[in-house]
Design a protein around this ligand. Structure first.
Ligand SMILES: [Ca+2]
Ligand SMILES: [Ca+2]
Length: 152
């Protein structure tokens, strides 16, 4: 059988711009000055097969004091296009002041398509009294489905 690369797979081999919005929870001590990294995972669906893809892990940082209580920080990053987003892994390194970080949600926008990753279990990162985790996996909880698969 002839193997064919479809449009989506071609798309997936390109770079795209990710707009990443990180909302820190509005509870006491939720903010942090840790260094924070994110890795974005997705999949490209072809005929009969699904290919999983991921970006490299990259740092989230801009000119503001990021990840403060009840604040939304916005970051832009050009990275490999991983197709439809499935989950993210967020890492905090506990090297900053005020470790102990509670994410409310993270929203990622690619080409006007919004994927939201909510910390529904309210898991703290780098908090002595919450298990001291440095890594958190969040699954997508909302997908905007496109109409582009309609047969032409
Ligand atoms: Ca901060
Ligand atoms: Ca804190």
């Amino acid at each position: 059988m002839e193997s064919k690369i479809n449009d989506e797979q071609l798309l997936a081999r390109t770079k795209c711009q990710y707009k990443i919005e990180v909302k820190t929870a509005n509870v006491k001590n939720a903010g942090t000055d840790d260094n924070v990294y994110i890795q974005i995972f997705g999949e490209v669906k072809g005929k009969g097969a699904t290919e999983k893809r991921e970006t490299k892990s990259f740092k989230l940082d801009n000119s503001s004091d990021n990840f403060e209580k009840n604040q939304i920080d916005t970051f832009f990053k050009d990275e490999d296009n991983v197709g439809e987003l499935t989950h993210i892994i967020v890492v905090a390194d506990k090297k900053g002041d005020k470790p102990g970080w509670l994410i409310d949600f993270i929203r990622i926008i690619v080409n006007d398509k919004v994927s939201t990753f909510t910390n529904t279990k309210k898991i703290w990162l780098t908090a002595d009294d919450h298990g001291n985790l440095t890594e958190l996996l969040l699954k997508v909880d909302k997908k905007i489905v496109e109409d582009k698969d309609v047969v032409s």
